[in-house]
Design a protein around this ligand. Structure first.
Ligand code: ATP
Ligand code: MG
Length: 570
């Protein structure tokens, strides 16, 4: 998808906006309340970012607020590490929640609600095993049937439910079920489970509870307690909506409403916490924040910006039918934002030495922070008027990129070749006079002359050259390690392929260049700064950086090489 096409897709987010606009116009609500309800059983990924941008975006647009609610009804899989990371990720994306809740805060209230249903004759305690319950439930084409436990009196149900809570029974011995309709075409309406017994420690409520509400009995009720007006979830919850509405109606509580949109899928990755956890546990990646992961923490470490991610979510919008979004589109949005904010720097990855034979040092300012033969100045970002400049030392020994020289170049090679001229970025025009080779015939050095009158910004030489190369001064260069990332998977949709999704991992997704040569201004690189290494891509400092070694991640390439490659292979 190209940028022009993206605009059209913006419309897809409108179905929710239309609903909200109608609700507000009809006076159904004065303002709207949404919530983001992650289960704290993993780190947030790009799918969650979509949901966050959607929920927080809507409440912002229509004047209202969004709550953060940790959906911690399942005691076993949850962890405080995840709670902390979720908070950090939402803030980093640029959103603020109004209230922070845990579904477990509502356990007392939910228990009371269950008692209300029992008192209305709308819930009963069932002693059947999970297998029996499944068997009695029927099939989509065959009605289910009730068992003898469904005839228990209200008093008996109240007592048994209280005993379940008090810990009298073992896991799985009893459940609480809603009495709805065993013949409903919607299987979820066939007397669904409301509570199960689970003697497990909970990260919030400790050992207070040994019965836990099922998702369907916690989610809608929590929405209602918080007076959420528009409860937005993904399409797999469409069949749950009937039960969501039934429970709220019977309990006569605030009428929250559920709306569904299609999950966000991204090409060349997987986006389920369960699968991402496998990648972490099996050490296919270096943790949840590995820069190749589609997690928010991974994207942050890689150098993606919140602005770029939000722009991506806005442009793609949301859909009512599932599809796979091209990850190239996300990269496009990131690249667009980085182009505006990244500081331009010069870094040579694969050096070839250039000696300027006619260069006489022009003593630099005595106050200069870097002692230099000559200090040149270059703008930090041509896209930003306020971007300022930086000093770059120049000397008679430079590194250029090996691939920027060819001894026998084809016609349109505008870089350096014997007898040819190029401009060194923000410096001078040089001409290649002599090629020095080692015993094996490898080019090891170029002897060049420079044109003193050709200094960038002050060029009176009258010479026009087509190529401009990046370079660093040998004696001033600092070294760093560079990590280049490729897609984590070899196929577009690893989850839909045959066999295990891990079979489709791209084993070449990380390439490390242990030593590159960077201009000295990068010595003061900061974690929150973004860089464009000229002609090389966008980079950011990685957390593995130590006093003795700087490490940079390539966030994204300068151009969409991927799209080109795809065209070629067609
Ligand atoms: P996973 O399968 O990765 O565990 P989940 O849906 O179980 O995802 P939750 O923590 O329960 O994860 O989700 C929190 C919110 O984020 C929910 O409202 C959910 O609908 C939304 N969400 C999760 N994954 C996606 C996705 N891929 N696209 C859009 N929204 C998503
Ligand atoms: Mg989940």
């Amino acid at each position: 998808m190209m940028a022009e096409e993206l605009k059209k897709d913006e419309k897809s987010s409108n179905f929710l906006e239309e609903i909200i606009e109608t609700d507000l116009a009809n006076g159904k609500y004065k303002s709207i309340v949404t919530r983001f309800p992650p289960e704290p059983n993993g780190y947030l990924h790009m799918g969650h970012a979509t949901s966050i941008c959607l929920n927080f975006g809507l409440s912002k647009k229509y004047g209202g607020y969004t709550n953060l609610r940790f959906d911690d009804t399942n005691p076993v899989t949850e962890d405080v590490e995840y709670v902390d990371s979720i908070r950090e990720d939402i803030k980093w994306l640029g959103f603020e929640w109004k209230n922070e809740h845990y579904a477990s805060d509502y356990f007392d209230q939910l228990y009371e609600y269950a008692v209300v249903l029992i008192n209305k004759g709308l819930a009963y305690v069932d002693d059947s095993t999970a297998e029996d319950i499944a068997e009695q439930k029927g099939t989509p084409t065959q009605p289910g049937r009730r068992n003898k436990y469904s005839d228990r009196s209200i008093e008996e149900n109240l007592q048994l439910f209280a005993e379940m809570k008090a810990g009298k029974y073992k896991d799985g011995e009893k459940t609480l079920r809603a009495r709805i309709d065993m013949e409903s075409p919607n299987m979820l309406m066939r007397d669904p489970l409301l509570y199960r017994i689970k003697h497990a420690h909970h990260h919030q409520t400790g050992d207070k509870w040994c019965i836990y509400p099922m998702y369907d009995f916690a989610h809608g009720q929590s929405d209602s307690i918080e007076k959420v007006t528009h409860s937005i979830c993904t399409l797999e919850f469409v069949p749950h909506r009937e039960l969501y509405d039934w429970l709220i109606e019977k309990l006569e509580i605030f009428p929250s409403k559920q709306y569904e949109f299609a999950r966000r899928n991204l090409s060349y990755t997987v986006m389920s916490k369960r699968k991402l956890l496998q990648l972490v546990n099996d050490k296919h990646v270096d943790g949840w924040d590995d820069p190749r992961m589609p997690t928010i923490s991974g994207m942050r470490r890689r150098g993606y910006t919140p602005e770029g991610i939000r722009e991506f979510c806005d442009r793609v919008g949301i859909a009512k039918r599932e599809n796979i979004t091209d990850v190239g589109l996300l990269e496009f949005c990131i690249r667009e934002h980085l182009n505006k904010v990244a500081l331009r720097r010069m870094v040579v990855f694969d050096p070839l030495k250039v000696v300027i034979t006619n260069y006489k040092s022009v003593a630099a300012d005595a106050d200069a922070t870097i002692s230099a033969d000559e200090m040149l100045v270059s703008e930090n970002n041509p896209e930003d008027d306020k971007g300022g400049t930086r000093d770059i030392p120049f000397s008679n020994e430079l590194y250029i990129e090996k691939e920027d020289f060819m001894e026998n170049p084809p016609k349109k090679f505008f870089r350096l070749a014997p007898g040819k001229m190029v401009r060194l970025k923000s410096a001078y025009i040089i001409k290649c006079d002599e090629v020095i080779k080692d015993d094996k015939g490898e080019v090891v050095e170029l002897r060049c002359s420079y044109i003193p009158e050709s200094q960038s910004g002050n060029d009176t030489s009258g010479i026009n050259v087509k190529g401009t190369l990046h370079w660093v001064s040998v004696k001033h260069a600092i070294t760093a390690e560079i990590r280049l990332y490729d897609r984590l998977f070899k196929v577009e949709d690893p989850s839909s392929e045959e066999g295990d999704f891990k079979e489709y991992i791209n084993s070449d997704s990380l390439q490390t260049v242990t030593t590159v040569y960077a201009e000295p201004s990068l010595k003061s690189a900061k974690f929150d700064e973004r860089y464009q290494f000229l002609r090389k891509g966008y980079f950011t400092l990685d957390k593995d950086t130590s006093p003795s070694r700087m490490v940079f991640n390539r966030t994204v390439t300068l151009k969409d090489g991927w799209a080109k490659e795809q065209l070629r292979s067609q």
